[in-house]
Design a protein around this ligand. Structure first.
Ligand SMILES: Cc1cc2nc3c(=O)[nH]c(=O)nc-3n(C[C@H](O)[C@H](O)[C@H](O)COP(=O)(O)O)c2cc1C
Ligand SMILES: Nc1ncnc2c1ncn2[C@@H]1O[C@H](COP(=O)(O)OP(=O)(O)OP(=O)(O)O)[C@@H](O)[C@H]1O
Length: 147
């Protein structure tokens, strides 16, 4: 449990699936960590419905993210309500990933409804022609070259 009583720490939330880590993830988390103490919410497998389910189990993905230098704490997400961890962490900023299909205004409205005073920002992309900066691309290459 994160204590927020009388403390002026600037807390930042980043989130995602983080299945098979790559430098794009590190870039996102480094950018978010520049804004303050970084809390990462790792999506539960059961809640990943917009793309294939992660290969790596929930707790292992959380442990890997927690071991990264920019990360102060990594939390497994709630099973039902994405705002439960947010209410516990009480972030000042939520940083969305560059390609995440979340509407910044809708999240800002939901935060305001719950009385959470928090900015919503979007991170930049790390791109490279030959680079594997996407879990989907890594899996595709494994299938092409090893299967
Ligand atoms: C503000 C916010 C909080 C989130 N909290 C949770 C959560 O508690 N549990 C969870 O399983 N997923 C949570 N998610 C992750 C989403 O469910 C979704 O899986 C994720 O944004 C997908 O990102 P990706 O495709 O970039 O991996 C949260 C997302 C946002 C934007
Ligand atoms: N190349 C990248 N540059 C910047 N941020 C990235 C990059 N790749 C992933 N991220 C960010 O990391 C977080 C977690 O991403 P996610 O787990 O969806 O990885 P992914 O490689 O994008 O996966 P997939 O290829 O399956 O879509 C998201 O916020 C996403 O925007």
């Amino acid at each position: 449990m994160t204590s927020t009583d009388g403390d002026d720490t600037q807390r930042v939330v980043a989130q995602g699936t983080f299945d098979i880590l790559h430098p794009g993830h590190v870039h996102y988390l480094q950018e978010a960590a520049e804004l303050g103490e970084l809390h990462v919410i790792v999506a539960r497998r059961e809640n990943v419905t917009h793309k294939p389910k992660p290969i790596v189990p929930d707790e292992q993905r959380r442990r890997l993210v927690a071991s990264l230098d920019p990360v102060d704490e990594a939390h497994l997400g709630d099973r039902e309500d994405i705002f439960v961890p947010i209410e516990r962490i009480q972030p000042n900023v939520i940083v969305l990933g560059h390609d995440q299909d979340h509407d910044e205004d809708a999240i800002a409205d939901a935060l305001a409804e719950r009385g959470i005073d928090c900015e919503v920002m979007r991170a930049s992309a790390l791109e490279g022609n030959e680079a594997l900066y996407s879990t989907g691309d890594i899996i595709d290459r494994i299938c092409d070259e090893r299967c």
